[in-house]
Design a protein around this ligand. Structure first.
Ligand code: NI
Length: 258
């Protein structure tokens, strides 16, 4: 069954039908999903979803967009919530220079990225990275941490070149692949997917964002992942079933879920 390694079902876009939607997952082939924290004030929402649904796991962390709002108390909360038995990763964390252009903001983001990488190491959990327009700094920090010993990780919504992908793959990290791979203009990402071994690819939605074709621009959900699996299968010349099965095994192995 499909494993969605990156979803945001606590987003307000799901307020009207969250319960019905999540109840329909398993009968539609979505076996497991990881709900990923993003905001400082949304950390508890992921815990509530993990407690409520047996097939929902969680990643605890704060997105670089919110780095400026983080305090020592936020880091303590992340540490505490990541002890939950269904917390399987620290994320999403990283750098976003697309929405944040000021050098001072970059410094704050880097500090909070490192602080959360420290928690991933301390708690022996994999990390989930968001990186946009910050290829060089992200790679530098990840390399530094990997040399000191980490417990695996995902570069979520991978958006850089084949050459940068190769460096993450060499470190044994995974690439999260979602709706973008189905877009006509996603030439670079298609090359990355052709090159990357299936054993280091994970399926993800980033829902409510990043709907695949033919639903581009609409609200996304895990139910659209068959379109992503089909595109990966086409690019690699294998069956969609093989993509679903191998990416599920990859996710279970990385997150330590039986
Ligand atoms: Ni996300």
């Amino acid at each position: 069954m499909i494993f969605d390694t990156h979803a945001h079902y606590d987003d307000e876009q799901f307020d009207e039908d969250r319960e019905a939607l999540l109840a329909s997952m398993q009968e539609n082939g979505i076996g497991t999903l990881v709900n990923v924290c993003a905001s400082v004030h949304g950390l508890q929402n992921t815990v509530d979803l993990m407690d409520r649904y047996p097939f929902v796991y969680g990643a605890i962390g704060v997105h670089p967009d919110d780095a400026g709002e983080m305090t020592e108390e936020t880091l303590d909360t992340i540490r505490r919530l990541s002890d939950h038995e269904k917390a399987v990763a620290i994320g999403e964390i990283g750098l976003d220079y697309y929405w944040h252009k000021e050098e001072a903001e970059h410094e704050v983001q880097k500090r909070m990225f490192r602080a959360q990488m420290d928690i991933a190491r301390e708690k022996k959990l994999p990390f989930i990275i968001h990186s946009r327009d910050a290829a060089e700094d992200t790679l530098k920090i990840v390399k530094e941490y990997m040399q000191g010993g980490m417990y695996g990780g995902i570069i979520h919504c991978f958006s850089y070149s084949k050459e940068i992908a190769a460096q993450y793959l060499d470190m044994g990290l995974y690439l999260g692949i979602g709706g973008v791979v189905t877009f006509k203009n996603a030439k670079k990402l298609k090359e990355v997917v052709e090159m990357a071994p299936l054993s280091q690819i994970l399926l993800e939605t980033d829902c409510p964002y990043m709907s695949p074709e033919p639903y581009r621009g609409k609200r996304n959900s895990s139910l659209n992942l068959p379109y992503v699996a089909a595109k990966i299968a086409e690019l690699k010349g294998i069956t969609p079933e093989e993509v679903v099965q191998t990416t599920e095994e990859n996710a279970r192995k990385l997150f330590g879920i039986e």
